[in-house]
Write a protein that binds this ligand. Sequence first.
Ligand SMILES: NC(=O)c1ccc[n+]([C@@H]2O[C@H](COP(=O)([O-])OP(=O)(O)OC[C@H]3O[C@@H](n4cnc5c(N)ncnc54)[C@H](OP(=O)(O)O)[C@@H]3O)[C@@H](O)[C@H]2O)c1
Length: 254
Amino acid sequence: MGTGILVNLELHDALSGSRHSAYANSAAYAKDAWTDKTCRSRYDGRAVYCDIRAMRTAARSLGILVDDRLCLASSREPVMPKLRYSVAASLDGFIAGPNGEFDWIVSDPDIDFAAMYASYGGLVMGRRSYEVFVATGGAVGPALPTYVYSRSLPAGARDGVMFVQDAVAHLRALKEAPGDKPLWLWGGGNLFRHCAQAGLVDGVDVAVIPVLLGEGLPLAPACPRLSLQLRSHRLYPKSGIMFLEYDVRLRPVP
Ligand SMILES: NC(=O)c1ccc[n+]([C@@H]2O[C@H](COP(=O)([O-])OP(=O)(O)OC[C@H]3O[C@@H](n4cnc5c(N)ncnc54)[C@H](OP(=O)(O)O)[C@@H]3O)[C@@H](O)[C@H]2O)c1
């Protein structure tokens, strides 16, 4: 187990137009006080990396590949699914009221939930969120492989979902299997915290609902610090919902 932060490097192959990403443990470069920005500029100032081998060699020549924690993904290797925590939250950062209320989550005719579901490769959720998921009628899009994490419920497939007892180990395995669509961490904050602590979360997407709740279940309870980069934003003027998508840039090493 390391103690640094993971740096997400994005390298662009100008010849093929493909994008490569690399994760490196910043603990190894602590003496250089690297940030993701300086990593990028140091990379960008060098050659074009057209394949995984050239990228590894180039990284080595820059003194970046100092241990086995640098892992690279390119179009020549299987694409691994990302894990995105996507929820609705009040403006003051709650995903449910103090008694689990969600009546404040207004809908908007311009939000295409079916398309949203179809953009994911699977749903993952904690046991408490699953109870709400079932109570509210389940998915409003195409049926996706669904995994529910619970240490109190028996493991196994039933009712169209797979119950799993160790979320972190299972998600790590899911993320290592090939898959081009992200996994939707549907909720809740408790499961998100375990995933964030394990360094498994790649994105945080929040539909900010125009309401102040004052109290409730926080979006990210006792979460480790994650540095985020805005990926996209969209305002839904009919409801006042602002949808914000962030990629995780820096995260703790588990
Ligand atoms: N606003 C939104 O978009 C949104 C979306 C989803 C949910 N929600 C709300 O969020 C609330 C539920 O969130 P929550 O944070 O209280 O609970 P949660 O994360 O949904 O579920 C927590 C439960 O998941 C299991 N779990 C968590 N980490 C685990 C791990 N590492 N391994 C195995 N099992 C694990 C445990 O189940 P056991 O206790 O069975 O062991 C734990 O009690 C609900 O009120 C729901 O309405 C809101």
